[in-house]
Ligand binder design. Structure first.
Ligand SMILES: [Ca+2]
Length: 153
């Protein structure tokens, strides 16, 4: 499963960031499937944003692991520090889904509370093992977003 925010969506107004709070995949009986992040992401998303130690912020960078930690309060943040060149690359991240069973699958995306419009127009693609897109959804600025994957696709 790949989430992409390409530069072609626009970089004006500090809009080109890929920050995400949560991604869940539920099978037809609403059982949450285990997702895995194996480090497959664009450079800045993989690196994550790092905030120097200060009150209210943690020390670890904000990476895609924060998207599948089961906690909607934590979010990934593409690096927007002085180490990143703003607008220089497309942002994307991939998560592995071990299986998708027959029947309807529900994909639940939780956007960040701050600057949710940045996610608007980004895409969520369900990829086959060879990278072929079986389905693609367009994300919005909504905080809670749900998409139905109908089998067969
Ligand atoms: Ca989270």
């Amino acid at each position: 499963m790949r989430i992409t925010r390409p530069r072609s969506l626009g970089t004006a107004g500090d809009s080109h960031h890929l920050h995400l709070s949560s991604l869940e995949v539920l099978d037809q009986t609403n059982v949450k499937l285990p997702l895995a992040y194996t480090g497959c992401a664009s450079e800045y998303v993989k690196r994550g944003h790092y905030v120097p130690p200060q009150p209210g912020f943690r020390v670890e960078p904000y990476t895609p692991a924060d998207v599948i930690d089961g906690n909607p309060q934590t979010s990934s943040q593409s690096d927007w520090s002085a180490n990143a060149v703003y607008g220089s690359q497309d942002h994307w991240m991939e998560f592995e889904v071990p299986w998708i069973t027959g029947g309807d699958t529900t994909i639940v995306v939780v956007n960040t509370q701050s600057n949710p419009t940045r996610l608007s127009g980004a895409t969520l693609a369900v990829l086959d093992f060879d990278g072929t897109a079986m389905a693609e959804f367009t994300l919005t600025a909504d905080i809670d977003q749900r998409f139905q994957l109908h089998y067969p696709y």
